[in-house]
Design a protein around this ligand. Sequence first.
Ligand code: FES
Length: 180
Amino acid sequence: MSEHESRSPKASGAAAESPPNRRSALGWLSVALGALATTAAGVPVVGYLLSPILRTPGDRWVDLGPVEEYPEKQTRLVDFVDPLHRPWDGQSERLAAYVRHDEGEKFQVFMVNCTHLGCPVSWFPQSGLFLCPCHGGVYYQDGQRASGPPPRGLYSYDSRVVDGRLQIRAGRLPTLQQPG
Ligand code: FES
């Protein structure tokens, strides 16, 4: 038997073993990729389910500055950072509100979004009205609905004055089912 002939069975044996090894490696790879994909898909779902627990009520009061910055009987537009913002929120972490200072420590703080379909309303001090540019919704200066398609007045934030500074509870966005 020649040298070539004696090696031939070993070489063919090694070739016969490699397909199971490749299948095994591919099997593990597909299991690992499947686990990775499941984890990646599950993180947002778990975060959403745990968010009511992770978002503690104590972190929802937002400081809007000293009371002196808000003249009585006037309405001013302010912006602030959503206390429940996430690192990936970008510019959407900034929210806006209309602050109306009635007198003393009495304030009304309105969301800027129309209660019809959510367009931002504008304040017109000359007429004392909030107007929605989308479908003509109108609100009085106290936030009550005046006319147009909005089903109710503007949503408002809870507010309080602490040590001469205005604060609002801004962590929760009201809805028709759970108005502010
Ligand atoms: S969104 Fe304001 S009236 Fe429709």
